[in-house]
Structures are given as structure tokens and as C-alpha cells.
Design a protein around this ligand. Structure first.
Ligand SMILES: *Cc1c(COP(=O)(O)O)cnc(C)c1O
Length: 391
């Protein structure tokens, strides 16, 4: 008999009823150190007082009106994001994959309105993840996500991650955009080197095509800059955001330059919930905290500390772990044993990590994790590794 919850996930035998900062607590009181943060969503930890206050204050006033009217919280958040980034304009969504939908539509409409309607194709990369909507799975293109769901949305060309020549060859007169995660999340914490991001920017400029960054996982302070691409000193034309920006409340956004967004006029796109007062009240509180340079400096300091301790951990378990990778507090450990066995061994030590492709476990802790919690995390991961029999 099919379960009452559609069985699209194989879930861990864990169930949490409260959260406090970097901790998740089961009904029986067992406390788990959360290095997954709901897959990089709870950027400021669980039950963060500033976010609880923002949400409950708004909840007592007004939940929803629709985008038929002005929404002051949405206006404020858009103004902040424009001031803090390359973008001139923002559209709010409820999730990452909805941001993907708009990014694709916006790129195509841009060229349609420039009398280049043949430019519809978007180049994407192996191992990428852009969500589970029809555009999202077609964009990523992996068999795992697309098999059985055809016909797929046409107009995506997939090239090998890191394949410079294949990428140049893939560009044609029908290319509209290149879409890439500056740091692949689901793909196994694979960082695109700054040099390559710069190269992508140059390539897009040469061919007059749009550069779209998917910062749904790597954005909003995760890598130690507000947005990951800032490390490379270049900017995209369009950027997808979600996960961390809502701190746990479902909120996403598409940021764009005026030029890239030029085709999006009244009536061309919409969302009933996108940017509603509750989501934007929380989003404003999240951005106020994370965009503070002192906060980001702390993220970088803690990232250095965690990375250094992880390198030592990997060194002391050479049969279990291979190497550390990633950027800021978006870190991965490539495993020599099956990654899901390491995640399960972590559960026994009450520490939560998240598996990713390429046999990697992901560490995506709350950005305000404390130094003591970092030390505790290493101790628990050390015990977990010791409990595993090498292959
Ligand atoms: C999670 C994720 C998405 C999809 O976000 P949803 O909110 O699950 O739709 C898209 N892109 C990247 C890089 C992600 O990590």
C-alpha cells in the first residue's frame, strides 16, 4: 500500500520536534548537532530569535495580499538586494526551482524582444542541480532526474563540468545563456575556480549571451561572501537564489540586470505567493544579519577553523576519508567508503551531515555555528569515522 506521504524520499529514521541554534532535538530529548541546516537553508540556525520575532510580528499583522498590490516588505527586501549586488531588479519566488523557471524564461524573452528569437538554447553542466520542476530537470539533464518524465523541455545543451573546449564548441547562434552553479552542491561540492568564472564572463561577453548563476545553495553568505561569485570579481546577468535567504521560510528570488530583465513586462510572469509579507519579513531579517561585513568576516574565520580541523580529521582516517573540498561553510569530504555509510555512522554519534554525488558528504552548518560546536562536530565525526570498517 502506498504510504500516505508520497514515497519520493528514502528518509533517515530520525524525527525532530524542536531546534535551537545548531541543534535539532528528538521527542525523547536526544540532541543532534546539525551540520546540514536543512540543506543549507537554516543559515542562522534553528529558532533564531531575530527571525522568530520578524515572523511572529508580521504574522500578527498581515500574512498575504497577492502581488496585485504593493507589498512594503517585498519592496524593502528588493531595495536591499539591489544595493548589495550586481542586480537592478528582483522577482521573488517560493523555491529554488521556481527561480530556475524564471531565469530560463527571462533569458529567452530577452532575446525574443531583441529580435533574436532563435536564441533559445541554454548551456548547462554535468553534475548540476537546478531543482525538480520541468525546466529544472531538463536543465540538469541527468538520467536520474529525467528518466520517465519525458518529453523534456527542449533547449538545453549539456557539457561536461570543467570541459573548456566542449563549452566553446557548444556555443552557437541559437545560444541564449550559460547557466552554472559557482559551487555545485548536489553534484558533490565542486567549486568552479575563479579563473573559470572569469572565463565564462568573457565568453558570454564575446558572444553577447547571458550568464546565469544558480546561487540557490552557495549564495547568501554560505561561502563567506554574500554571493559566491563575488570571490571571482565578476558578475552574472541573472542569478537564482533561494534556500538560505528565507532562513527556513520558503523564499527564493531571481536577481537580474536591467538589460537581462528588459523583456519582463507587466503580465509576462507572476506568482501568487512569491514575495508575500511573511516570507519577505523573514528575508529582510536574514539579509540584515548576513550582509553585515562583521558577520561575513566571522563566517570566514569559522570556515578556516572548520576546514583546518577537517583536514586533520581526514588525515587521521586515511582509510575512510579522501579529501576536503569546498568554499566557506559549504564543505565536502570525499569518502573512500560509501558516503551514506558515513552519514549513517554520524547519526549514531548524533551529528548530521548530508550526502551528495561523487561520494561526498556535505557540511553546511548554520553560518552562526560557534567555535565550541565546531570542535564538538569534529569530535563526533571522528567517533563516526572510527566506528566504520574500511572497505
Ligand atoms: C536546492 C537547489 C535548487 C532547487 O531548490 P528548491 O527550493 O528545492 O526548488 C536549485 N538549485 C540549486 C543549486 C540547489 O541547491
Amino acid at each position: 500500500m502506498i504510504p500516505s506521504v508520497l514515497p519520493t524520499y528514502s528518509r533517515a529514521p530520525l524525527s525532530f520536534i524542536t531546534g535551537e541554534g545548531s541543534w535539532l532535538i528528538e521527542e525523547d530529548g536526544r540532541r543532534f548537532l546539525d551540520l546540514g541546516a536543512g540543506i543549507a537553508v537554516n543559515a542562522l540556525g534553528h529558532a533564531n530569535p531575530a527571525l522568530v520575532a520578524a515572523l511572529t510580528e508580521q504574522a500578527g499583522k498581515l500574512w498575504h495580499t497577492s502581488n496585485l498590490y504593493h507589498i512594503p516588505q517585498q519592496q524593502a527586501l528588493a531595495d536591499k538586494l539591489v544595493a548589495l549586488s550586481f542586480a537592478d531588479t528582483v522577482f521573488f519566488t517560493n523555491s529554488g526551482t521556481e527561480s530556475c523557471e524564471l531565469a530560463v524564461k527571462m533569458a529567452r524573452k530577452h532575446f525574443y524582444d531583441k529580435d533574436q528569437p532563435e536564441r533559445i538554447e541554454i548551456i548547462t553542466f554535468s553534475g548540476s542541480f537546478h531543482g525538480r520542476s520541468s525546466a529544472g530537470i531538463a536543465a540538469a539533464g541527468s538520467e536520474k532526474m529525467t528518466k520517465g518524465f519525458g518529453p523534456l523541455l527542449p533547449g538545453f545543451k549539456h557539457v561536461e563540468f570543467g570541459g573548456h573546449e566542449a563549452l566553446t564548441d557548444a556555443i552557437s547562434p541559437t545560444t541564449a545563456a550559460i547557466l552554472i552553479e559557482p559551487v555545485q552542491g548536489e553534484g558533490g561540492i565542486r567549486t568552479v575556480p575563479d579563473q573559470c568564472l572569469k572565463g565564462l564572463r568573457d565568453l558570454c561577453d564575446q558572444h553577447d549571451i547571458l550568464l546565469i548563476f544558480d546561487e540557490v545553495q552557495c549564495g547568501v553568505g554560505r561561502t563567506g561572501k554574500l554571493f559566491a561569485h563575488e570571490w571571482a570579481g565578476i558578475t552574472p546577468d541573472i542569478m537564482m537564489v533561494a534556500k538560505g535567504i528565507g532562513g527556513g521560510f520558503p523564499l527564493g528570488a531571481v536577481l537580474a540586470t536591467e538589460n537581462a530583465a528588459s523583456g519582463m513586462k507587466p503580465g509576462t510572469h507572476g506568482s501568487t505567493y512569491g514575495g508575500n509579507p511573511l516570507g519577505c519579513a523573514v528575508g529582510n531579517a536574514v539579509i540584515d544579519i548576513i550582509a553585515d561585513p562583521d558577520f561575513l568576516a566571522e563566517v570566514n574565520r569559522k570556515a578556516g577553523l572548520l576546514r583546518q580541523k577537517l583536514e586533520a580529521l581526514v588525515g587521521s582516517h586515511p582509510d575512510i576519508f579522501d579529501s576536503v573540498r569546498g568554499s566557506g561553510l559549504m564543505l565536502g569530504i570525499k569518502c573512500k567508503v560509501t558516503n551514506s555509510d558515513v552519514v549513517t555512522a554520524g547519526y549514531a554519534q548524533q551529528v548530521i551531515t548530508v550526502p551528495a554525488a561523487d561520494n561526498v558528504i556535505r557540511l553546511l552548518p548554520p553560518l552562526n555555528i560557534t567555535d565550541d560546536e565546531i570542535a564538538e562536530a569534529i569530535s563526533r565525526l571522528d567517533h563516526a569515522a572510527s566506528s566504520i570498517t574500511p572497505a
